[in-house]
Design a protein around this ligand. Structure first.
Ligand code: 26V
Length: 848
């Protein structure tokens, strides 16, 4: 029996409590509401108002008139939550009563962004909430601004995880996202004299209304100690005798699908001390020491590591990895699956997707559970394990591939190290069987490296049922360059799944004006079937549509201008092209190349080569955080700010060029910047950017890309067409060839006078008050030591930028290209990525 309610989506069918419950009532339950979830509040403005005021009173303990903005935000979040909870609980129950396979997404990072608008959109309550708050005299904008985004990720990899769980919920695919509830997310970036300064991100200072803590369901996670052999009825077995342990407390978050009544779960673990720990390890009668020990345990989930491209082998990081993976696997087996589930059938119920190598320690952990705890034979356990894991690689940079020194791993997880040795032994035996005693090959394929470290990508590849890269080019390079011996040994194991982004957050929420335009033109099915954007193609030739499109961009620029003004006191000129480069600061991404273009444009004006008045107005927007220990990246940030100060203030420029670098780029700011952009900078050295996902967000919002043939740029260009994309630079094979020949940067600096002048300006102190020493190391690096060959692509880049300038003068043609970018980018929905994972890797079914 279902009760009809007034608005779409969630609330259209409110489950009648108990009506379809497949789960028996708890013993002794007599009240009809004891079994199932209580129904949602009535989805009307009156119903919303009543629930909102109730939450203010009963959850916050305040009246509306005495409330703070935080109280009002909390009450709103709780109210939205109240509408979702019934469907969530109902879904969990239905899933448990089914025998469906679930995707257990294991990721050390989730870069979620703000939740309020997403949850309003998913529940179909946006209009009702706006009207309800207006009736209460509450300013909803003020409450939006109140939400602190959980920055529990570094960049692309963490944001991808957040897009994926959004898509899985929208596609009704059973999924639990597992990760870490860091108390401090990615650092807050400020600038002092143009230099990056990091501040702790205490996102939980005012609490978070979206989380459901379950301290009573904490798990014990052990570390250290040793292993011992024992006799188990004639069979010699190993077991782990750990030395210390901590508690893993689950915090649940709802992940609502887009207006489909599905709510999945994100479960993040927080560490806490346990008593055994206090007493056995540190106690010795010292109360103060024992309390201090608590801090030690809590350290595990304290802070997100802010490096995203150098794996440093820090012990705390390995603790984090094991902590969340062990808790997650145990959670799935002990809590999600029915009691006494036959674990030989685990592959029918779970696929653990490894988001990069960070959760790979889960492989020996599952083996340990199966062999040591469940007494399964090694071979049977290995067969189960191999079917239960799949691995996604997100990089090609050798320094980002994680390796753990065996002494560290053996100290922290001695039994796991033994298991890894055995996995390796059996694997290498199989290699020998196939290829004979080819010692070079054995050395190259050994999970344990010659210098005594565990190569986690190898372990993941040996253990995983599938290994995928994140864009066509990246997957190809992964097979051919990084893991060719494994590709040969495991035919069919390697595959590609090109990344995607959720159109709910990055089009519908971030760009309501464009969304309205699209819906007006082609109807509203596109948000869950993004390929339908193709139907927009004819509108590219419709002058009225293009005008409306241009107005949309202008409106988004004004909105961004207001945001930057309020946030950072920055101003954007109305009539400028907005040229945007937002992403982590890394040499391979080549923010330096962008800077050389800006310096060249500046130099052309001040040297008199061009008249300022003839230069098309451009505002360059940067957003980028540098890893705190990455000196060159921080120096480049300083240089961007320094160039900005000089260019912005030089009267000879007549305001034609402006450089803006708002600090602390995050998801919230991305949602403002991307919809306003005209030009998207995707200029990494070919072969280095695994995919990129920002590139997709820009194209979907109608920016044109200036880019190299790298990562998913390749696929974007193929889809949008060469006429609607500014390609430049060496291809990956050309990069390889130049590197093999010997890259001599000086040659390029001599050949191109513009480049020589730009380097001279930077190196001579023109942007550092005459002090040449400040930025000389950057120039010296580019001239002597640059793995990313910035200078080699300069000439081609400047030519591409000149083409951009020309193209922008023809507004109609530019807008036509922009519309075609939107129309042809439907492929980049994360729904499509999920479909690919489901078909090729997971083989899961939606829960109808
Ligand atoms: C690596 C490390 C190394 C140890 C310290 C902490 C840490 C945290 C994250 C990472 C992973 C970096 C890899 C990464 O983020 N890759 C990006 O993944 C995106 C999603 O697939 C992709 O679009 C980007 O091209 C790729 O750089």
């Amino acid at each position: 029996m279902r009760r009809r309610a007034v608005v779409a989506g969630y609330i259209r069918f409110v489950p009648e409590a108990n009506s379809t419950s497949p789960v028996p009532a708890p013993a002794g339950a007599t009240h009809p509401l004891a079994i199932g979830p209580v129904g949602a509040p009535e989805a009307t403005v009156d119903g919303f108002v009543a629930q909102y005021l109730r939450n203010l009173n009963f959850d916050r303990g305040v009246t509306l008139s005495a409330s703070t903005a935080n109280d009002r935000f909390y009450a709103l979040a709780y109210t939205v939550r109240d509408y979702l909870v019934a469907r969530w609980l109902e879904g969990v129950r239905r899933y448990r009563a089914s025998d469906r396979k679930a995707v257990c997404y294991l990721s050390a990072e989730y870069l979620l962004g703000r939740q309020l608008d997403n949850n309003l959109l998913a529940s179909g309550l946006s209009d009702i909430a706006a009207e309800a708050l207006a009736q209460c005299g509450v300013d909803i904008e003020e409450l939006r601004a109140q939400e602190v985004e959980p920055g529990l990720g570094n960049g692309g990899l963490g944001r991808l995880a957040a897009c994926f769980i959004d898509s899985l919920a929208t596609m009704s695919v059973p999924n639990v996202g597992y990760g870490i509830r860091y108390e401090y997310g990615i650092f807050r970036q400020t600038f002092e004299d143009g230099r990056q300064v990091e501040q702790p991100d205490s996102w939980l200072e005012l609490g978070s209304p979206w989380e459901f803590p379950h301290p009573e369901a904490a798990q014990t996670i052990s570390f250290g100690g040793s292993t011992e052999k024992y006799d188990d009825g004639g069979v010699t077995r190993s077991r782990w005798v750990p030395a210390w342990s901590v508690q893993a407390v689950p915090y649940n978050y709802m992940v609502p699908g887009y207006q489909n009544g599905r709510v999945n779960t994100l479960r993040l673990w927080s560490s806490r001390a346990n008593h055994a720990f206090d007493l056995s390890v540190f106690n010795a009668g010292d109360y103060v020491e024992a309390v201090r020990a608590q801090t030690f345990a809590e350290n595990i989930s304290k802070v997100l590591y802010p490096e995203d491209s150098t794996a440093q082998g820090k012990e705390l990081r390995l603790q984090q990895q094991y902590f969340f993976v062990a808790a997650s696997i145990r959670d799935f087996i002990d809590v999600v699956l029915p009691e006494d589930f036959d674990l030989t059938r685990l592959p029918e119920r779970a696929i653990f997707q490894l988001n990069d190598t960070h959760p790979v320690i889960g492989v020996p952990e599952l083996m340990r559970i199966l062999v040591d705890e469940k007494k399964m034979e090694w071979d049977a356990a290995w067969a189960v394990t191999q079917q239960c894991f799949a691995y996604t690689c997100h990089t090609l940079l050798p320094e980002a591939l994680e390796v753990w020194p065996i002494d560290l791993l053996g100290r922290l997880l001695p039994r796991h190290l033994e298991i890894i040795y055995r996995i390796n032994e059996e694997f290498l035996l199989a290699v020998r069987e196939r290829f004979g005693d080819d010692e070079a090959r054995i050395r190259d394929m050994s999970i344990i490296s010659p210098d005594g470290a565990v190569r986690m990508a190898f372990l993941a590849t040996v253990a995983g049922s599938k290994v995928n890269g994140v864009a066509e080019l990246h997957s190809q390079l992964l097979r051919e360059k990084v893991l060719p011996a494994f590709d040969e040994f495991f035919p069919g194991k390697f595959t590609n799944v090109t990344n995607g982004v959720t159109p709910r957050r990055f089009v519908r929420l971030a760009n309501p004006e464009l969304s309205a335009l699209i819906t007006e033109a082609i109807g509203d099915g596109w948000l869950t079937d993004l390929e339908r954007l193709r139907e927009l193609e004819p509108f590219a030739d419709d002058a009225d549509f293009r005008t409306a499109f241009g107005e949309m961009k202008a409106a988004n620029k004004r909105r961004l201008a207001a945001t930057l003004q309020a946030r950072d006191g920055l101003t954007i000129a109305d009539d400028h092209m907005l040229d945007v480069m937002v992403k982590r600061l890394h040499e391979y991404k080549r923010q330096m190349l962008k800077l050389l273009h800006i310096v060249t444009a500046y130099d052309r004006i001040v040297s008199g080569e061009v008249e300022a008045s003839s230069v098309p107005g451009r505002t360059f927007v940067f957003g980028a955080k540098a890893a705190p220990g990455y000196d060159m990246a921080k120096r480049i940030i300083h240089l961007i700010n320094a160039v900005g100060s000089v260019v912005n203030d030089d009267p000879r420029v007549e305001g034609r060029l402006k450089v803006l670098f708002p600090p602390n780029y995050n998801v919230t700011l991305a949602e403002r910047i991307i919809p306003a952009a005209d030009l998207s900078e995707q200029i990494s050295l070919a072969g280095k950017e695994a995919s990129g996902t920002g590139n997709m967000k820009f194209a979907l919002n109608g920016a044109l890309t200036v880019g190299t043939d790298d990562g998913a740029n390749v696929e974007i260009r193929e889809l949008v067409g060469d006429d609607n994309f500014f390609l430049f630079g060496m291809s990956e094979p050309e990069v390889e060839a130049l590197w093999a020949r010997g890259y001599t940067p000086a040659e390029f600096a001599e050949k191109d006078a513009g480049l020589g002048r730009a380097l001279d300006l930077i190196g001579s102190g023109a942007f550092s008050g005459g002090d040449a020493s400040v930025f000389a190391p950057i120039v010296s690096n580019l001239m002597n030591d640059d793995r990313f060959m910035v200078l080699a692509d300069y000439t081609s880049y400047i030519a591409a930028q000149d083409r951009v300038d020309d193209a922008y003068t023809d507004t109609a043609a530019w807008q036509r290209s922009a519309v075609l970018n939107v129309a042809r980018s439907g492929f980049f929905s994360s729904d499509r990525s999920m479909r690919d994972y489901i078909d090729r890797i997971w083989h899961t079914e939606p829960l109808g």
